[in-house]
Design a protein around this ligand. Structure first.
Ligand code: G3I
Length: 381
């Protein structure tokens, strides 16, 4: 990105931080610019909804979601442990409510996850023989994908099947069904949901080795004559380490395979990452260590707020550059208070990864993201 633009975005960030700190200067929600309007000719702007948000229990969240987003993803309610708790028992209550919600507000729905090794119902974890796992796999795809065909725009058919080195993750599906299970999941999904876009979704697949694994998966699906429409790059990054070069290469490489690219779970952590540090075995140091790992309990310092705003802007400038290849940018949650990053990898921290704060007010990053659209005509060639 050109230095001048970074400078302007930084200035914009500083200005907005000044406004942000003056409560009275916050515009009421009804006068806010709208992300979905600003980017309406570029890509959809989505959010993940919790069960409470699907039911519109919190009116602040409900108003903001309708105003800012034109795409929704279930954060949890379509996971197998919820939607398919027993062999013959399905629980479609919240998934059906989400379908109604998306229809009512004209939002594009992405259903997820269809096949994922995590959050499986207990009965699946107890299956020992390949035939039973195959029966679960086939029944689940036919029943769940079939039910929502024509009601959801897309399915994330297989989620997080890869290790960091690009090899297939050792899951119950790999163990019992063999490495062909990913292609098979897409084949069955295509049959059950012929009118639904089919995506492979994973985190860190912008990283070269894992990306190569994802490309291999895509090529195998295509070689088998099975449909795959897109790849979802989740986008759980740290504000100090957003891999813009790798993201750009990934958009180019996945697009070259004829796929749409979606950013499906975007959030930027601002907290220290415990991985990579030497763990202490001294129990007496634990409290201090945890306090150090949770430094912003009383609010985010302006410098970090500004960094978050600038990094989000850089990311959106990149997204705008590739708007023809990107179908959707979805944030993983509506506001900071809802984010899973408050409890991962350490429970009970105070993180600030999204564009809206705990009171549903827009943060400086919201405004610098909006600004990118105004600047894009100048910057992007
Ligand atoms: O709903 C129960 C509640 O009844 C219970 O009292 C409470 C006790 O811990 O748990 C609640 O369920 C939690 C659920 O979120 C809803 O809040 C689960 O424990 C918790 O494990 C679950 O975490 C979710 C996580 O996936 C695992 O399913 C996060 O909300 C969700 O944001 C996260 O999302 C994943 C994507 O699906 C896949 N990609 C990575 C992403 C982040 O991990």
């Amino acid at each position: 990105m050109k230095k001048g633009i970074v400078y302007k975005l930084t200035i914009a960030g500083v200005l907005f931080i000044s406004c942000y700190n003056t409560k009275s200067s916050r515009p009421p929600a009804s006068r806010l610019p709208s992300l979905k309007e600003i980017f309406k000719n570029d890509f959809l702007i989505g959010t993940a909804l919790s069960a409470e948000q699907i039911e519109e229990k919190d009116s602040s969240a409900a108003v903001l979601v309708r105003q800012q987003f034109n795409a929704v993803t279930p954060e949890n309610v379509m996971k197998a442990e919820i939607i398919h708790p027993q062999w013959e028992e399905y629980n479609f209550d919240f998934a059906d409510k989400l379908v109604d919600y998306s229809k009512k507000y004209g939002m594009e729905l992405t259903a997820t996850p269809l096949i994922w090794h995590s959050q499986l119902p207990p009965f699946v974890s107890k299956l020992n023989d390949a035939d039973s796992v195959r029966r679960y796999f086939e029944d689940h795809i036919a029943t769940v994908a079939g039910r929502y065909d024509g009601k959801t725009h897309s399915w994330e058919v297989v989620n997080e099947a890869l290790n960091e080195d690009g090899s297939l993750r050792n899951t119950v599906f790999l163990q019992k069904l063999g490495s062909g299970y990913v292609v098979e999941a897409f084949r069955l999904a295509q049959k059950a949901a012929p009118n639904t876009q089919l995506y492979y979704n994973d985190y860190n697949i912008e990283q070269p080795r894992k990306r190569a694994g994802a490309i291999e998966i895509v090529k195998k699906i295509q070689a088998a004559g099975v449909r795959i429409d897109g790849v979802g790059i989740q986008g759980h990054w740290h504000v100090d380490d957003v891999p813009l070069n790798y993201i750009e290469q990934s958009i180019q490489e996945f697009s070259a395979l004829g796929l749409q690219v979606a950013f499906t779970e975007l959030d930027l952590s601002v907290l220290p990452n415990p991985w990579g540090r030497i763990a202490s075995a001294d129990i007496s140091q634990t409290a201090q260590y945890e306090a150090q790992m949770n430094p912003y309990t009383k609010g985010l310092p302006d410098s970090v707020q500004q960094k978050l705003a600038t990094v989000y802007a850089r990311l959106f400038l990149l997204f705008l550059k590739y708007k023809d290849n990107i179908s959707r940018v979805t944030f993983w949650g509506v506001n900071d208070g809802q984010s899973w990053l408050n409890d991962f990898p350490i429970r009970g921290r105070t993180n600030y990864p999204l564009l809206f704060d705990r009171q549903y007010h827009p943060k400086p990053a919201f405004y610098t993201v909006i600004e990118t659209k105004k600047k894009a005509g100048i910057v992007i060639h």
